[in-house]
Write a protein that binds this ligand. Structure first.
Ligand code: HEC
Length: 246
């Protein structure tokens, strides 16, 4: 007789009858609990933890390898970094052109037991409007803060440092950047200015690590020459080659 009672539920006024209370509660509690998963994911994305993050798809992110400056048991000297093999040069790094890469040539002087350095004159890349524009961009980025847009030595860093020095900030000592249109600097060979950019000079730090491209460095040299020309109205006169004094 029990089978006879299991009729499909009839609709009352066009609606199904209310589901039983226990069913509603189970569904509601289940919904709330399922939100906890998302909340805990959200929380762990923003929370601080000393543990490495969960990394489900590894790809090749973690692998056995030697890291720089780490010890290694593979090699007899215990170092993971391999020393350069003397007398070898990496591909594309044979920088034989002294003028282009260094701006000076050096020969060993046996009697004085040191290198005799000669700064070379001339800009060994083609000077085009593009190169000058590139030089201007680089100059305004790396040199302007001290030497100023016009190269006269009144860049914002120098102005501020001079103010601080005048106000007597303890330990503050500032050497003013050179005026790039000075006769001495106009007379410097191009290679000397190139070397100043790369390695710095006296109190000025080198910018070789920031301006890594040789063309960019020569572009700055060309732009410095253009600044000198525009300021003084005369072409910078440099001797063919000048013996190093610094
Ligand atoms: C942090 C400030 C600063 C920046 C940036 C700077 N210079 Fe200098 N520069 C100096 C100072 C200071 C001197 C003078 C150093 C001295 O006399 O001890 C100087 C000197 C020079 C000289 C004269 C060197 C000589 O032959 O006597 C040249 C040329 C020069 N800078 C070019 C540049 C160029 C090009 C750049 C951009 C790549 C540059 N400087 C960026 C501070 C700076």
């Amino acid at each position: 007789m029990a089978e006879n009672n299991k009729k499909p539920r009839a609709m009352i006024n066009g609606r199904f009858p209310k589901p039983p209370f226990w069913l509603t509660s189970v569904i509601l509690i289940g919904l709330c609990l399922s939100l906890l998963v998302f909340m805990s994911i959200l929380r762990s994305r923003g929370a601080f933890s000393h543990l490495p993050r969960v990394h489900l798809i590894q790809d090749m992110d973690n692998q056995v390898k030697v890291k720089t400056q780490h010890a290694s048991e593979v090699f007899a000297d215990g170092l993971s970094i391999r020393p350069k093999i003397p007398g070898t040069v990496a591909w594309g790094q044979l920088k034989t052109d002294d003028h282009l890469y260094r701006g000076y040539s050096s020969t060993w002087n046996n009697s004085e037991n040191k290198f005799q350095v000669r700064f070379l004159n001339g800009i060994p890349v083609e000077i085009t409007p593009n190169l000058l524009a590139r030089g201007q961009t680089k100059f305004n980025t790396y040199c302007m803060p001290c030497h100023g847009y016009d190269g006269l030595g009144n860049g914002p860093v120098s102005v501020r440092a001079t103010q601080l020095q005048q106000n007597g900030v303890a330990g503050m000592s500032w050497v003013a950047p050179s005026n790039l249109t000075d006769a001495t600097i106009m007379a410097r060979p191009d290679g000397h200015i190139y070397n100043t950019i790369v390695n710095g000079i006296r109190n000025m730090p080198g910018y070789g690590t920031q301006v890594t491209d040789v063309n960019d460095r020569w572009a700055i040299v060309a732009y410095v020459r253009a600044l000198q020309l525009s300021h003084t109205g005369s072409k910078p006169k440099a001797e063919k080659t000048v013996l190093a004094t610094e």
